[in-house]
Design a protein around this ligand. Structure first.
Ligand code: PEP
Ligand code: MG
Length: 361
């Protein structure tokens, strides 16, 4: 870890000797993963796969998938995306060398994928063999007034299960490839986003398990894996006891959980939140430092209810708060297993986790 050499490196070693919380990173490229490891990350807590889909080389196929009017059309586009997804995961598993990697299945606000320019529609039309007017009609049908509360997260997987199926296939094929090549099997943690109900998770877990069985049967080998969920909606926090009947781990998505609990848009909050902080309505910006009394109560209640159903269920946090020292102190109190922060915040998180552990002594 050359970046953490000298006295600072020594301090980090001391921190590691006292902290209980593990520290992972939010990372979705091999470079981010390497940076995270150099800073001492002990795994990937959130690999956001939608970022991979924005890649210039594959956005046309992604748009083709989203705009397809039926399953066959979506599968045709997904067949183009599969080799690239497999390569994405292979590269990440290689860098992470057996450390846990939580891969979150697709969670895009759909509008971000829709073509805007004529040229973009024309490219999709050529790729899909469909005329531009049909695509534009379809894009209109997909328009949402409030995309952050719309057809995103597992709702996409519920309506188009083939998307999650192909992503899961890519994850398991990559895991087997890396296991064969390096002799060290990754243990993927497949994470379903924006779950509100047990049934959603049950349906999505079935899709992932089926994809795993198909890959394992074809390859004649298996890898261990977990299927779990983000807890990022108040309903999911309240029903965590039921959700833990299906989910093998929880990761608190405190960005969305803050947005949906406070009813404040995470993208527009800047307009008025500073006035709120000035007037003492919130002590700090709740999107930076966890609103411990409100959102925190949902986190602690969900942790309790999850554990009551599934003793020892693995619990983490992957919202921005995972890199904020005050929020990390709260995570220690609630007894989470790990925090996940952006790679450059990993050292801060290691120190904050140590301070929190010392305080708890
Ligand atoms: C979250 O909502 O806290 C989260 C980690 O997911 P995203 O920021 O990608 O919505
Ligand atoms: Mg989220």
């Amino acid at each position: 870890q050359p970046e953490l050499a000298g006295d600072f490196g020594t301090l980090m070693e001391w921190a590691d000797q006292v902290r209980r919380l593990k520290v992972r990173a939010n990372a979705e490229t091999p470079l981010d993963c390497q940076t995270a490891r150099d800073f001492g990350a002990e795994g990937v807590g959130l690999c956001r796969t939608e970022h991979m889909f924005f890649d210039a080389a594959r956005i046309t196929a992604v748009r083709q998938m989203i705009l397809a009017s039926d399953e066959a059309g979506r599968r045709a586009a997904l067949a183009k995306l599969l080799p690239e997804q497999r390569a994405d995961f292979t590269a990440i598993f290689e860098v992470m060398a057996g450390l846990p990697v939580t891969v979150r299945l697709l969670d895009p606000p759909l509008h971000e994928f829709l073509p805007q320019q004529e040229a973009e529609f024309a490219e999709v039309a050529t790729a899909a063999g469909v005329d531009v007017d049909t695509l534009k009609r379809r894009a209109n049908e997909l328009h949402e007034f409030n995309p952050m509360l719309g057809h995103r997260g597992c709702r996409l997987g519920v309506t188009y299960p083939e998307i999650y199926e192909i992503q899961a296939q890519a994850i398991f094929e990559a895991a087997l490839d890396v296991a064969e090549k390096s002799g060290e099997a990754p243990i993927p943690e497949v994470m379903i986003p924006l779950v509100a109900t047990r049934r959603e998770l049950e349906l999505m877990k079935a899709v992932v398990d089926k994809a795993a069985q198909a890959v394992f049967a074809e390859r004649g080998k298996t890898v261990e894996y977990l299927v779990g969920t983000m807890i990022e909606l108040p309903r999911a926090a309240l029903k965590a006891g039921e959700i833990a009947e299906v989910g093998e781990f929880f990761s608190f998505g405190t960005n969305d959980l803050t947005q949906t609990t406070l009813g404040v848009s995470r993208d527009d909050a800047a307009r008025f939140l500073s006035a709120y902080v000035e007037k003492g309505i919130y002590a700090k910006d709740p999107f930076v430092s966890l609103d411990v009394e409100g959102v925190g109560e949902l986190v602690s209640l969900a942790a309790e209810r999850g554990r009551a159903t599934r003793a020892g269920i693995k619990l983490g946090i992957c919202g921005e708060h995972g890199g904020d020292p005050a929020s990390i102190a709260f995570c220690e109190q609630v007894g989470l297993d790990y925090v996940s922060a952006s790679p450059y915040r990993v050292p801060i998180a290691r120190l904050a986790a140590a301070q929190a552990a010392l305080k708890a002594r």
